[in-house]
Design a protein around this ligand. Structure first.
Ligand SMILES: Nc1ncnc2c1ncn2[C@@H]1O[C@H](COP(=O)(O)OP(=O)(O)OP(=O)(O)O)[C@@H](O)[C@H]1O
Length: 548
């Protein structure tokens, strides 16, 4: 049902046409069966030409309507999956960062890949299922026309079959849902496999422990629930088939004892029943796929709802403010909500004013809140308390997107795109090539049509490459989170003594999270954090650029 709603949401009129043509196709197929059965039973030769014409006509209708129905449904299904993929990605990108961090990457990945795949698998079947359903309905109409008693018998048997299978189906679905829950954990372990390969390869016992205590139990639980669920579905399918054979046997052997049936009618039933078996079998054997898709859609919807509940307002932002002077944090505080209340971390309340054209270092021990403050300053986290202003403008939900456009940031856990996305300078390649020279990467990387020739570089070189994007973005405020941590001494020196002062000279404000205390004298201010509180400010005299 959820699958039909999902398709209806994509285009109700296409669903309507597909169902209508599907039923026409199924109806004509059923009529063909009826025609064959009648001509076999009546064996009349004089109307053979007429019957042949009806046969050809029905075959053509069945063919054309089946093609139209399938075309519609294939397009519709693929369109729905396409929209699903895009809308999920959009929802993720518009949801609050804090919420995404709480949901965790494995959950998001499992839904983006596995759940969408489960829906795709089921949606691919929909065209065939519709035609099968229509054929079954058409055959039932023919049976009803032959004899309403037998029709009621078939309907009764179907009700018995469905209700006797109901428990099995529900239980099967529950088990598949539990298997799906295990999949989230499985994705977490797969991340460990792909991202922790080096650590696992280097330590035999760690690898064994990971495989035996983490991966294997989760994979085994997934297998256990899947096997049990699928077995129940298989039992249901076989039971359903048996009931149909029972119906056939009843019509063949028992019914003639209660009522008089001529052999032609009986042969009509037998032919119809035998033909019915095939679509019925296909319908029942696809139940697990349909059921999985239902579970996946449930997961997708719950993720979608959860993402929408924490969605941010997205509008095309106004151009950034050219002559801004200050960014002010007034009484700003932020708390990480964790399951254990006593373990939550509180940053602030913090009062801080960033001036245009200054270099400010944020220092402090591990876990003192530097990166959290960085995410608040750049507008990635919304303060739980207090306000942020850009000059006089309060940064509320309406201005958040605009405010973020003022920052060029390189986080400690940065992501490097292999294309210079969202930059539309005319001479982008030439500019990029000049910066690559400055970053001493021009022998390693080239840029053509905004695409980097490679990102397979050393960690330090990859980090240098992030500066390329930062320079090209040319935004008013720069934030570097432990940027220099993995640079060689020469380049580290270049970063602090040349790059940062040059940015300041261009009127940029530069915020640097750093542990390199022998460069602290090069900045205007040092702000020290301790357990989420500003422990000290150190104001230096305005420095001149040593390279001026
Ligand atoms: N996503 C999160 N969910 C819950 N708690 C978090 C999260 N991120 C950070 N924390 C907690 O907040 C505190 C501050 O973390 P933060 O990353 O801001 O510190 P930091 O000063 O940047 O540390 P480091 O120098 O190690 O990078 C830590 O105690 C950390 O456990």
């Amino acid at each position: 049902m959820s699958l039909i709603v999902f398709l209806l949401r994509s285009s109700w009129w296409m669903v309507a046409i597909a169902i209508l043509t599907g039923f026409l196709s199924g109806g004509s197929t059923a009529s063909l069966i009826a025609l064959i059965s009648r001509s076999l039973s009546q064996g009349s030769l004089h109307s053979l030409t007429a019957i042949a014409w009806v046969f050809v006509g029905l075959s053509l209708i069945a063919l054309v309507t089946s093609v139209i129905s399938q075309l519609m449904l294939i397009q519709l299904a693929q369109q729905a999956v396409f929209q699903l993929r895009l809308s999920l990605s959009r929802q993720i990108l518009t949801s609050e960062l804090a919420h995404l961090e709480k949901l965790g990457a494995p959950r998001l990945l499992a839904t983006l890949t596995d759940d969408v795949q489960a829906v795709t698998d089921a949606v691919r079947l929909v065209p065939f299922l519709c035609i099968d359903l229509a054929t079954v309905a058409g055959c039932l109409v023919y049976i009803a026309w032959l004899s309403w008693q037998v029709f009621f018998l078939v309907v009764g048997l179907t009700i018995v079959a469905l209700s006797s299978c109901g428990w099995l189906l529900r239980r099967g679905k529950q088990l598949l849902a539990r298997a799906r829950e295990e999949e989230d954990h499985l994705f977490k372990h797969f991340r460990a496999v792909t991202e922790g390969t080096k650590e696992l390869k280097l330590h035999f016992w760690r690898r064994q422990a990971f495989l035996q205590e983490d991966l294997q139990p989760t994979a085994a639980a997934f297998r256990r629930y899947s096997v049990r669920g699928l077995v129940l579905f298989a039992v249901t399918a076989s039971w359903g088939k048996l009931i149909f054979f029972f119906a056939l046997g009843f019509v063949l052997f028992a019914l003639p004892k209660f009522m008089t049936l001529n052999p032609q009618t009986v042969s009509g039933y037998v032919l119809t029943f035998t033909y019915l078996m095939l679509p019925m079998d296909r319908l029942v054997s696809q139940l697990p796929t349909i059921s999985r898709a239902g579970i996946a859609l449930g997961k997708i919807n719950s993720l979608g709802l959860s993402l929408t509940s924490r969605a941010e307002l997205t509008t095309v932002p106004e151009p950034v403010s050219g002559n801004w002077q200050t960014v002010t944090l007034k009484n700003v505080a932020y708390t990480y909500q964790t399951d254990q209340d006593d373990a939550c971390f509180v940053l602030g309340p913090i009062d801080l004013t960033l001036q245009r054209g200054e270099i400010i270092f944020i220092v402090g021990g591990n876990g003192s809140g530097k990166s959290t403050l960085a995410k608040l300053i750049t507008g990635l986290y919304t303060p739980e308390m207090g306000e942020i202003y850009l000059d006089e403008q309060l940064i509320d939900a309406d201005h958040q997107e605009w405010y973020r456009q003022h920052f060029s940031v390189v986080f400690a856990d940065f992501y490097l795109f292999d294309r210079l996305l969202g930059l539309d300078q005319d001479d982008l390649d030439a500019q990029a090539q000049r910066y690559l020279q400055r970053l001493r990467l021009d022998r390693k990387v080239t840029v053509a049509q905004g695409k980097l020739s490679t990102t397979a570089l050393s960690q330090g070189q990859r980090k240098r490459l992030t500066l390329l994007t930062a320079y090209l973005e040319n935004r008013p405020l720069y934030l570097f989170d432990e940027w220099a941590a993995d640079q060689d001494p020469t380049f580290k020196d270049l970063f602090y003594t040349e790059f940062l002062p040059q940015l300041r000279k261009q009127g940029k404000t530069v915020i640097v999270i750093s542990h390199d205390d022998h460069y602290f004298h090069l900045c205007d201010r040092v702000l020290k954090l301790n357990y989420g509180q500003i422990e000290s400010y150190q104001q230096h005299e305005a420095r001149s650029n040593p390279f001026d």
